[in-house]
Design a binder for this molecule. Structure first.
Ligand code: CP
Ligand code: NVA
Length: 308
């Protein structure tokens, strides 16, 4: 039992996948999307259960994992910290030991990255990071799928991240390593991404403080909210610092003519992105949101039913 606890495969960060494996997973997501749209039944996870623990709000992550498990023939259980013993102080390690004896995989959305790591260390089944303050790897699977669908291979392309050096930015930095693209980050002073992660990216990632310059020649421009979940009381201070970092038509005009715009959503029009950009012809945000479903189905297949 103990060996199982320690040798189980998890998805806590994007780089838990190898480069070839990540590429294959994106291809599999595209294939699963095609099969789903063709009305094909594909139920490799019959009678399997995914537990979903949410310590923060969610629309896309919850709906995509729940619908995905249904489509794969399995079932998902929504667990909010408020209604479980986790919210009343039951240790994360004990919760992991108990929940993982009853289900086939666990998805967690929480604050500290250390929480998903502690859970995984005591889980008998795969654990998936559904967003922490540090990373949002599931979103990047969908983003990469979306880029490949619209533009083909992302290797060697230029991606510009504009805004906060937050969980999404960190996952883009991991994606740059895994998929071998150039990442330019444009953020206000004091809101830079994690220095250790930056060092791990080597010359693939650079930090700038001018969004127009950073977007120059980019094939993809992406952004996110200025105050993430848990930072609500910093809202006013952040608004002042981030106002020059809105993704405007001028920023998009600096990018390559066929540049795509992405946002993990939820979005605030008139803050991090102009309505004309997110609702304009270069925006692929709805495909991006839909692809959460297909990419995570490929992930669930890989983790719960690994190929032999
Ligand atoms: N993009 C994303 O993770 O959305 P939710 O917060 O709605 O799950
Ligand atoms: N950075 C945002 C992403 C939401 C999907 C947050 O953590 O709230």
């Amino acid at each position: 039992m103990h060996a199982q606890e320690t040798h189980c495969r998890h998805f806590l960060k994007l780089t838990d996948l190898g480069p070839a494996e990540a590429k294959a997973l994106i291809a599999r997501a595209i294939e699963l999307k095609r099969r789903h749209k063709a009305g094909e039944d594909h139920r490799p996870l019959a009678h399997r259960t995914l537990a979903m623990i949410f310590e923060k709000s969610s629309t896309r992550t919850r709906v995509s994992f729940e619908a995905g498990m249904t489509q794969l023939g399995g079932h998902a259980i929504f667990l909010s910290a408020r209604d479980t013993q986790l919210g009343r102080g039951e240790p994360i390690e004990d919760s992991a030991r108990v929940i993982s004896r009853m289900v086939d995989a666990v998805m967690i959305r929480t604050f500290d990255q250390a929480t998903v790591e502690r859970f995984a260390a005591h889980s008998q089944v795969p654990v998936i990071n559904g967003l922490t303050d540090y990373l949002h790897p599931c979103q990047l699977l969908a983003d990469l799928q979306t880029f490949v669908e619209h533009r083909g291979d992302i290797r060697g392309k230029r991606v510009t991240w504009i805004g906060d050096g937050n969980n999404m930015c960190h996952s883009f930095m991991e994606a740059a390593q895994l998929f071998d693209f150039e990442l330019r980050v444009a953020c206000p002073q004091g809101y830079e991404p994690d220095a250790g992660l930056l060092a791990a990216c080597g010359n693939r990632c650079s930090i700038l403080h001018d969004p127009i310059e950073a977007a120059s020649g980019a094939h993809l421009v992406a952004t996110d909210v200025w105050a993430s979940m848990g930072q609500e009381e910093e809202q006013a201070r952040r608004l002042a610092a981030f106002t020059p970092f809105q993704v405007t038509d001028a920023v998009m005009a600096s990018a390559a003519t066929d540049a795509l715009f992405m946002h993990c959503l939820p979005a605030h029009r008139g803050e991090e992105v102009a309505a004309s950009v997110i609702d304009g012809p270069q925006s692929v945000v709805w495909d991006e949101a839909e692809n959460r479903l297909h990419a995570q189905k490929a992930l669930l297949e890989l983790l719960i039913n690994p190929p032999r």
